[in-house]
Design a protein around this ligand. Sequence first.
Ligand code: SIN
Length: 509
Amino acid sequence: MNSQYLIDFDLSKIPVSRSDVLVIGGGIAGLTVAVTVAGELKTRVLAKGNVEQTSTWFAQGGIAVSLAPGDSPEMHYKDTMAAGGGLCDPEAVKVLVEEAAPAVSMLTDMGAEFDKVNGSFHFVREGGHSVARVVHAGDATGNVVSASLVAAAKSRKNIHFTPDTFVLDILESEGRCCGVLAYEQKTGQVEAYLASAVVLAAGGMGQIYDVTTNPLVASGDGLAMAERRGVKLAGLEFIQFHPTALDTKENPRFLISEAIRGEGAHLVNKDGQRFMTDLHPLGELAPRDIVSRAVVDVMEADKADHVFIDARHIGEEKLKKRFPSIWDHCLKAGYDMSKELIPVNPAAHYLIGGIVTDLYGRTSLDGLFASGEVASTGVHGANRLASNSLLEGLVFSRRVGRYLLDNLKAGANVDDVRLRSAANRQAGKSLVSARESLRKMMSEKTGVIRTSEGLKAAAATLKDESHLLDYEYNNPHDWETINMITLARLIVSGALARRQSLGVHLVGS
Ligand code: SIN
């Protein structure tokens, strides 16, 4: 008997806080909604960790925006649609590319400083883009974006930021989302946060894989709680693997940004030979699904754990100046990029599917909105174009914010909600080893290339494990693991149902 909630609770017995808008997540999507609405609406941001632990903070590459001379929203639209393998929503992509420039201006108005040459943005080319169109802040764009949003949030009176809060479940009353149930990680207190609108901006789920670039907090909690409430999700089988994560034992794995290939670095096999030039007209800058598949094929042919990035010809001075974080990280890991090849392989990087939304972030549950990686707006289709994700987080979160400003009345308190769950389940045992086996199995069976045999084996293992969902757990690690198992089942069933290769869902024999 699986419960609709992670834990039993009774709202009449726990502290309850209220706001107009409740935002779950402290990355680009959550903070953008918060700064958009906070002037007028009382806003609370709940985050599992702090800003430095979000995927936004980790983002290296940048933000795609068609502002370079000779570029246009139409060209950005074409590249996005082409990468998406026929599954993009044209309306959503139109919104994305047309609202990109004002969204980037919003950030620069908040003080975000992107790299410039002679007073104009320095544009970089990444995979699948027909021109250089990615604005960036060195190789640490996410740090700059986060810092500017945090500074803007601090300047607004109406935002209350509550970090270290594990959100357990969405609360629903009379068919409408009315808040969330959360666990304060420092005090162990369970609390309810009620609001007229809840915006899920809780990021992705890369930690379901044992090789991922995603931060430790990315366990898919927002997606799993939506699934428990019956909110419509789609496309969870579309997991984008980044072809070039540094081959170390780290979790998360360190990304060697595609921007380095944009500056001319090559991908080479164990004999130092380039392998992308014959495979695609864009060579190393082919869309990411194509590069990941090629990397896996070469690793198999070479019987190796990795291929290599060769950036030696770019030279020490430029590498250090343009990619300071990557340079430092590689050096610490024992690689001098100006003299040595860098070992890389694919890592789970981005969830393309998610909670289905319309163009204003509305989900299938009244009062619940979603934006950022947790959402499926339709802009990425079956394969996300590089550096369209920070952009999506900005553009659609501004739209959510504006929708809320137009439609919510400040101070319209949610009625007294009487909710409780009394499933009275037994206490479960620790899920530490269950999580490790799950992550390993997901990498093995649902990685870059999937086979029907592997997927069926994964489905059978998950069926065997489904009894774990019948117990109640009492700590964030185990709640996260239950969320991961919940989502792994959706990834596997989605992948099994999709028999043909499409975008990042690659079927092998
Ligand atoms: C990168 O810098 O290669 C990642 C950019 C992205 O995922 O869009």
